[in-house]
Design a protein around this ligand. Structure first.
Ligand code: ADP
Length: 305
């Protein structure tokens, strides 16, 4: 039985190198989270759809290599595997997406593996899962409803992408979803835009009042503010030479959920996840630098208490 299910769109990444060539990698927030969780020893599976193409095959190989269960993944003939490009110019890096009509964006409520959701301990999804299409949004809400009825914990990362939808719609839809979730894992920039609040303490209070029983607000190099009803604590980040923060938030999510499922203490899980995310910023790309549990535990043992 898979304990953690991640619902969302995996995407092939083509990242431009200094010589102009594109390096292929794997991305997609919920796939990244699943891989990070698996590397921390969680029993984890992905719920999504891939095209019947070589990119889809490469995701199946990636998940297999990493011990992520892909038995619930559909291969669709009517949509391709999602792709995005990262290009680098004078104003920093730019993202270009080829995802309209993709296999995952065609997911509908009737595609959901309801029994597997009911049998999991935690369902994780994100604002991107809601944003990519109306049918994916409907499926996400149906999955949330199924998980709630079965008392499966629901984890949600805001992952606001204003290329996918306008802020007003994102606020309304993410606000509705997060009110049905148990674990809120927003990033500070997202949360400020979504709530209109500035202070991290006010933001975690807002999400607790909305119904979350655990909030872990990530603050980049400032660490994480973790809140449960009755306790709020900032968990410090680990000082590292960060070269690329791509997927630091996804690595945080996966490591946090793996450790929370193992141990049940969200504050300890945030310290563990801060270490995992810090380590992931020391290498380039989303998946390659995600650390495994043994590396994270050694790093924690060597870090100041
Ligand atoms: P998001 O990209 O989702 O907004 P953050 O930037 O808040 O995510 O980063 C997520 C987590 O990654 C942070 O809570 C922290 O633990 C870790 N992290 C990010 N940047 C750094 C950094 N420069 N040094 C150390 N840890 C970092």
């Amino acid at each position: 039985m898979v304990e953690l299910l991640c619902l969302g769109e995996p995407m092939l990444e083509f990242n431009q190198q200094p010589d102009g060539r594109f390096l292929m990698g794997h991305g997609g927030d919920t796939s990244n989270c699943a891989i990070a969780a698996a590397r921390s020893g969680a029993s984890v599976g992905v719920v999504t759809a891939l095209g019947q193409d070589a990119f889809g095959d490469s995701f199946l190989a990636l998940w297999e290599e990493n011990g992520v269960d892909a038995d619930l993944v559909k291969r669709r003939a009517d949509g391709h595997t999602g792709v995005y490009f990262v290009t680098h110019g004078p104003e920093g890096h730019a993202f270009s997406y080829l995802r309209a009509g993709s296999a995952a964006s065609r997911t509908e409520p009737s595609d959901l593996p309801l029994a597997a959701i009911r049998n999991a301990r935690c369902l994780h999804l994100s604002g991107i899962t809601l944003a990519i299409s109306t049918s994916s949004c409907d499926a996400a809400f149906a999955a949330i409803q199924t998980a709630r009825e079965a008392e499966v914990a629901i984890s949600f990362d805001t992952n606001l992408r204003l290329k996918l939808w306008p802020l007003a719609r994102a606020r309304a839809v993410i606000g509705a979803a997060i009110g049905m979730c148990d674990i809120a894992l927003p990033g500070l920039d997202d949360a400020r835009q979504l709530t209109g609040l500035t202070a991290p303490e006010a933001i975690v209070d807002y999400y607790l009042a909305a119904g979350a029983r655990i909030v872990a607000l990530t603050l980049g190099a400032e660490g994480t503010l973790v809140a449960t009803p009755g306790r709020v604590e900032r968990i410090a980040a680990f000082p590292v030479q960060a070269v690329d923060a791509t997927a630091a938030g996804d690595t945080f999510d996966g490591a946090f959920l793996a450790e929370w499922l193992r141990d049940g203490d969200p504050f300890a899980a945030a310290r563990y996840a801060n270490a995992a995310a810090a380590l992931s910023t020391q290498g380039y790309g989303a998946v390659a630098p995600m650390p495994r549990r043994a590396t994270i535990e050694t790093f924690l043992a060597e870090a100041a208490p």
